[in-house]
Design a protein around this ligand. Structure first.
Ligand SMILES: N[C@@H](CCC(=O)N[C@@H](CS)C(=O)NCC(=O)O)C(=O)O
Length: 209
């Protein structure tokens, strides 16, 4: 199994954590977004949107979209289940995940931020204000959904943690004020003590600059 990844991609980061947690044998093929490798003709045959991640299975099938990849890995590899069997608990976790996957990430990712500056003549400071506004709004909702557990939903890692940690990594990188989010930060510290999360960190990737 091969994961096409970029070290700073939070969507790829989610999948790297899952592959590590489930101890799935895999290789990582770096795709350099700054060099536009994700727009090469070859890569577009694998991921038609020209985005990372993309997972190539051992029989050569390419899967796009981190959510679909994670769902596939969780149903195919039962070691460390990412979603509980209980429908209500699973729905609560999915709500948390969707705030990141649907409401924060799509409007704060690289191509959206680049569009603001390159096509709408938005200044760098305003672009940063955009990022801070939408991330802070999302994190404010997420903070209310947690209790004092080590991980987002109890004492076992779930899909929620795989979405939260990359999102927080990004928020810290862009210096979002985190003082209102002690529960999120506690989960961040707990997860980052686990080998699967440490090995998936951007700075621990072979393509990290
Ligand atoms: N919904 C997609 C989002 C993928 C995505 O936005 N990937 C970003 C990196 S996190 C990317 O490839 N950006 C390239 C670009 O903006 O040109 C997923 O979850 O896989």
């Amino acid at each position: 199994m091969k994961l096409y990844s970029y070290y700073r991609s939070s969507a790829a980061y989610r999948v790297r954590i899952a592959l590590n947690l489930k101890q799935i044998e895999h290789s990582i093929e770096p795709i350099n977004l700054l060099k536009k490798e994700h727009k090469s003709a070859d890569y577009l045959t694998k991921q038609p949107q020209g985005l990372v991640p993309c997972l190539e299975t051992s029989n050569g099938l390419c899967l796009a979209q981190s959510g679909a990849i994670l769902r596939y890995l969780d149903s195919r590899y039962s070691k460390v289940k990412l979603m509980p069997a209980d429908p209500l608990q699973a729905a609560k976790i999915q709500s948390f995940v969707d705030i990141i996957a649907c409401d924060i990430h799509p409007i704060c990712n690289l191509r959206v931020l680049n569009y603001l500056t390159e096509h709408l003549e938005v200044a760098g400071q305003q672009k940063l204000a955009w990022y801070h506004h939408w991330v802070t709004l999302g994190l404010t909702a997420l903070e209310t959904m947690l209790d004092e557990s080590s991980y987002c939903f109890g004492e076992d890692v779930t899909l929620a943690d795989l979405y939260l940690i990359p999102q927080l990594y990004n928020a810290l990188r862009f210096e979002v004020d985190m003082t209102a989010f002690p529960k999120l930060l506690n989960v961040y510290l707990c997860c980052n003590q686990l080998e699967a999360f440490i090995n998936a960190k951007p700075e621990n990737q072979s393509d990290a600059i």
